[in-house]
Design a protein around this ligand. Structure first.
Ligand SMILES: Cc1cc2nc3c(=O)[nH]c(=O)nc-3n(C[C@H](O)[C@H](O)[C@H](O)COP(=O)(O)OP(=O)(O)OC[C@H]3O[C@@H](n4cnc5c(N)ncnc54)[C@H](O)[C@@H]3O)c2cc1C
Length: 341
């Protein structure tokens, strides 16, 4: 970036062999860079390029190209909590098929699958449990085949019931709690530090409590008790299985099964729906998602979202991509482009 009003000049990138390349924009009015590195990658790229809070950039000895206090702020992730539901006998494996959308903004989903053998770790639910369980406590780069095998061998540490049956999960739509993204260093290949502050806002916590209450009520309904090992007396047991399945690195508390608030805080996990960090109106313009204060730079990805749907966000991200693609074409071609569908 150079000149009085900064403008994007090009990109520095590595190819698949790890060789570094530079690519520069031409002088054409149409030339621009579109950043699509996602909710974590895009704010990180802006900060590394000198667009962000001046003091944070100076701290990392990055020369500030454009001061913007909002880059990396408003990071949010829809928190998810699960309760494991042990079944009396094997049930058909099933992915999440239905979503219960409650009036309180809690989304309820279920997944099951025990297969026919006792070694259900091989089955869908086992794998899901493994993924959201111990493996989620391992940094992605350490999830080697050997680490996964070692986990399977250690699975007896986890209550066996956790692998029998399925689980009910509840997610919070549009969490009010937000956090921030900060650079740890100036190496683009290192992850930045990200904080989502799950349940910092009491309303988010209350919604989780309501969701877990609803989920345990469902498990205690007759429809479920015909199949499950649960009855009204075993809520503690269900919660206890979920707590001891050790789904995250958060320290556990002795009152996890007594206080649903504590249960929510201690068993929260991500379902990878993080968003924000480059909000519309704060980091990019409302009209065309161009980075404010910088020319020839636009963002099209989940980092611009204020909120993410309670269900799966990919369709919304793709819709935005299509919308922006058509908008860019229309701006370039004027009225020649007709929108259909
Ligand atoms: C494990 C997992 C499961 C998911 N399951 C679902 C699901 O079932 N349904 C659903 O709707 N959503 C799902 N999601 C969420 C969904 O994938 C995201 O919401 C969506 O992909 C976000 O789109 P994006 O364009 O913002 O970012 P991304 O899709 O993350 O795209 C960002 C891209 O930028 C690249 N990148 C980042 N930094 C750099 C860099 N410095 N240099 C070069 N490239 C870079 C990344 O490799 C990535 O390819 C899942 C997410 C995860 C992680």
């Amino acid at each position: 970036m150079s000149g009085k009003r900064p403008k994007a000049a090009g990109v520095l990138f590595k190819d698949e062999n790890g060789d570094l390349h530079q690519a520069f924009l031409s002088d054409s009015r149409r030339s621009e860079i579109i950043l699509s590195c996602g909710a974590i990658g895009t704010p990180q790229m802006l900060l590394l390029s000198g667009v962000g809070p001046r003091n944070e950039l100076e701290e990392k000895k990055i020369s500030a190209v454009a001061h913007n206090e909002f880059v990396g702020t408003g990071m949010a992730d829809n928190p998810m909590n699960t309760i494991f539901v042990p079944f009396k006998k094997p049930v058909e494996q099933s992915l999440i098929q239905t979503v219960g959308i409650t009036k309180m903004g809690v989304y309820i989903e279920a997944s099951s699958g025990f297969g026919q053998s006792n070694d259900s770790i091989q089955c869908h639910h086992g794998i899901m449990s493994a993924e959201i369980g111990q493996l989620s406590t391992l940094p992605p780069k350490q999830r080697t085949p050997e680490a996964i095998q070692a986990y399977i061998k250690r699975k007896k540490d986890i209550p066996h019931e956790a692998f029998k049956g399925g689980f009910i999960l509840e997610k919070i739509a549009n969490p009010i709690s937000t956090g921030q993204l900060r650079l740890i260093n100036t190496n683009v290949e290192d992850n930045p530090s990200v904080t989502f502050n799950y349940f910092k806002h009491p309303r988010d916590l209350q919604r989780c409590v309501d969701g877990i209450r609803m989920a345990t009520k469902m498990v205690q309904s007759e429809h479920f008790t015909n199949f499950t090992q649960c009855d009204k007396q075993t809520t503690d047991k269900i919660l206890n299985i979920s707590v001891s399945a050790n789904v995250n690195l958060v320290p556990k508390h002795t009152n996890d099964t007594k206080s649903l608030e504590q249960f929510c805080k201690d068993t929260v996990i991500t379902i990878w729906h993080y968003h924000g960090g480059c909000h519309v109106g704060k980091v990019v313009s409302r009209r065309d998602q161009k980075v404010l204060g910088v020319d020839r730079l636009r963002i099209v990805d989940g980092s611009v979202f204020d909120e993410s749907p309670g269900t799966n966000p990919q369709a919304t991200v793709m819709m935005m991509g299509r919308y922006m693609g058509l908008k860019i074409l229309r701006d370039r071609l004027g009225k020649q482009l007709v929108f259909r569908g």
